[in-house]
Design a protein around this ligand. Structure first.
Ligand code: MTE
Length: 319
């Protein structure tokens, strides 16, 4: 994750929020025309349609939990990615992730819960939830960041549906493991499948979302289609992509980067400008598309909302 220099992307490529809002209005207006033409079909297809790449998602509620920062451009967000299943270069996910097929898609839910374990089809997983737009800054451990207008819903709302028992102390997530379509998995850059985890109270926090889209459209494969986690107060590697399994467990799971380099990547991975990575400072970050560095904020700017989760913990020990 750490090896490469960020290519310089011109700041003119950043989409100012004003333009983005105009574009959203345009998309909404245009889809109104399409819905009119298709009559009821567009409405019926609203959730089922999420499976289809690059479909517009309409009538999104704007979340008050969004940052007011300007989102990065669509191009930045979809061409500068970390998704080691497709290679180590930032361009590899955009280059090769079309080789992954995401339809049909289901998520296996199991572990310490009252509901029986099940493979839940994506549509059934999404149907009860209202999608909203959440603009979050994703702060990568490599000291760059990006602002992304995600489309998703709170992870906690999904977890509640499965009624985890009191034994469920953590939620463990796994990414698809399919080396025939994910060329990076034919090598050993990480142990596969990619695994991440959250403590149950972190997972239930209203800021943690499952994303199915961004910029008002369904996710592209390189972003972790059709379903990925976004945890805005933690370094980007917690935001696991293309999730096929969720498990409620008693023991703290070993997450992939902790398995790979334990002295550099811990379980918590909270954004913390005061605790340096062993090989570089975490005090500042470079917004992709900008030349200048900016100071990194504690918990990526969400200290008021999440610091209480870690009361009494030594955050240098629990990195
Ligand atoms: N999920 C999987 N399955 N594989 C990965 O390599 N990379 C992580 C995270 N999720 C990764 C993953 C890292 S290091 C980051 S910074 C973010 O995805 C990047 O998300 P983005 O490409 O959408 O910006």
């Amino acid at each position: 994750m750490l090896i490469r220099q960020a290519p310089d992307i011109r700041s003119s490529e950043i989409t100012p929020e004003r333009l983005y809002r105009n574009r959203r209005q345009f998309i909404q207006g245009a889809s109104g025309v399409v819905a009119g033409a298709l009559v009821g079909g567009a409405m019926l297809g609203r959730y089922g349609g999420l499976l289809r790449a690059q479909e517009s998602i309409d009538n999104l509620k704007q979340s008050p939990l969004s940052t007011d920062e300007e989102p990065n451009s669509y191009e930045d967000i979809t061409t500068y990615n970390n998704f080691y299943e497709f290679g180590l270069d930032k361009g590899d996910p955009a280059r090769y992730s079309h080789e992954m097929s995401i339809d049909p898609w289901s998520v296996r839910v199991e572990g310490e819960m009252n509901k029986p374990a099940a493979d839940v089809a994506l549509d059934d997983l999404l149907r009860p939830h209202t999608l909203e737009e959440r603009i979050y800054r994703l702060r990568c451990v490599e000291a760059w960041s990006m602002v992304v207008p995600w489309v998703g819903f709170p992870l906690g709302d999904l977890i509640k549906r499965f009624e985890p028992t009191s034994k469920a102390k953590f939620v463990k997530f796994e990414t698809l493991h399919r080396p025939s379509e994910m060329r990076g998995q034919r090598g050993r850059s990480l142990e596969w499948p990619y695994v991440e985890g959250l403590r149950m109270d972190e997972a239930m926090h209203p800021l943690a979302i499952l994303a199915v889209g961004m910029y008002g459209k369904t996710l592209l494969n390189q972003q972790g289609a059709p379903l990925r986690l976004v945890v805005p107060w933690k370094y980007g590697f917690k935001s696991i992509k293309s999730i096929v399994k969720m498990e409620f467990v008693e023991e703290q799971p070993r997450n992939s980067w902790n398995v790979a380099i334990p002295n550099e990547y811990g379980f918590y991975s909270n954004v913390n400008p005061e605790v340096d990575h062993p090989r570089w400072s975490q005090a500042s970050e470079r917004r992709i598309g900008s030349f200048f560095r900016m100071r990194t904020a504690m918990f990526n700017g969400y200290a008021d909302q999440v610091a209480g989760l870690y009361d009494g913990m030594d955050l240098a020990q629990n990195y």
